[in-house]
Ligand binder design. Sequence first.
Ligand code: G3H
Length: 545
Amino acid sequence: MSSIQSQADLARLFPRLADIPAEQRLDAPLHQRGILIDGEIRSWDGPCRTVLSPVHVRDDQGKLSAVEVGSFPVTTVKESLQALDAAVAAYASGTGQWPTMAVEARIAHVQDFTRRLLEQRALIVKLIMWEIGKSAADSAKEFDRTIAYIRQTIDALKELDNNNSRFQVVEETIAQVRRAPLGVVLCMGPYNYPLNETFTTLIPALIMGNVVLFKPPKFGTLLFAPILEAFRAAFPPGVVNTVYGRGEEVVPPLMASGKVNVLALIGSSRVADQLKKLHPKTNRLRAVLGLDAKNAAIVLPDADLDLAVKECVLGSLSFNGQRCTALKTLLVHRSVAGPFLDKLTEAIGQLGIGMPWEAGISITPLPDVNKPRYIAECIADAESKGAEVLNPGGGLACASLVVPAVVYPVDARMRLYREEQFGPVIPVVPFDDVGTALDYVESSDYGQQVSIFGTDPEQIARLVDPLVNQVCRVNINCQCQRGPDVFPFTGRKDSAEGTLSVSDALRAFSIRTMIAAKATSASKALLDEIVLGHKSTFINTRFIF
Ligand code: G3H
């Protein structure tokens, strides 16, 4: 990237149409015209939105134009309410086929869906890459991680259910406790992990017996087109329904209906706040939310700077900084700021910038057309207050490509100090006293994670103890991240509500419910007959392999 000195250099990174490797091209634009409602893929002949890729192509005159990926239906409130009605009917107040189905049978449906999803792997991976500009390798990783998540979820449910396949006798009461579904779940995922993060709520919600209304993210919409048929074929009618259209228009009526039981949203706290308030009976609404974050790295004077720089580059620039878990502020002790910044700018200079299919590429085109302007504004704001861009070419932009910028010294007067940039700009804040770094985290509106870089056990321990009460994961000498997916993923303040992990998500989308009887021989005889006669899907002692 060190060779990028002008916009013209950046423009040359975009390919001519003929330069795109054949195996990475989309055969043709994908014009989706179906929406899934009530077990039927209904054909839509109303307005559609064109999807333009963040990848641009250059013509012979050097003019850049975004590649057309396809188009999808922009449906109205009418269709989203039809989707809601289908979901409500399928749930049937908990008496529908899906919520009353035996766990083992529900697992079989999810396994069938997974097989169908795998058949579409190549196309879905390509669509992730073309729609959001994620590198081909990371797009494939997102798909595979999603499949692994589904399989881990199935295993976790088997374990949960097997543990509940027994009776307990406490204080003369015989009981069986299991987890049951909550009802209609509205699932909305984010554009940075459109497949993975959508499915980390949708799959646990489904497998626990809920029915789902699912709205694809604003970018990364078309990749669900090949999945609709898999949903249709694998689940009973009404169990999965899609909501397309403009979120601000089609989602509020769903919430205002009072018929949504769980809001599962990975997105912004502003939207979550507005949607929750629309529900007429807030006590009946459960929210499972993954929201904003401004995770900080704290680099202590005795940190291994090579390690800290490596992790900070990964943490702040993986997928161009478009991760909720990204490191979004680097707090660096002033005594090591000089060498840290030298190493940081050098490491950034080594990063590859280019098209998502190119080998060794780290920085790729951004899907949000407003993002380059936003980043430029944040940098200009910081510069006007005394900060500088330290790396050569940092902040240069051409169409959807932006060269990452290291901005130093950032302070509380600047937008970059608090705003979640969600893009390739790295604010570095010097501190003299570790208390200042702690104050930064404590006074933040967000509380997802933090990373500490240092080698002194005393100092690390003194920082960890207050920090674990500010955030929900303190990373020691490594970047912030969600995985491994079996660990709890959550946050405090405006960063999250509820906890997601393979097993926590099963809990988030269900409630404990039980049968209880006096521990008498009559009760035992009655329960025996139900169990031995396989008369109930709830009262049973079956073991799922
Ligand atoms: O956008 C937030 C994602 O949950 C981040 O996941 O840390 O595995 O990239 P990751």
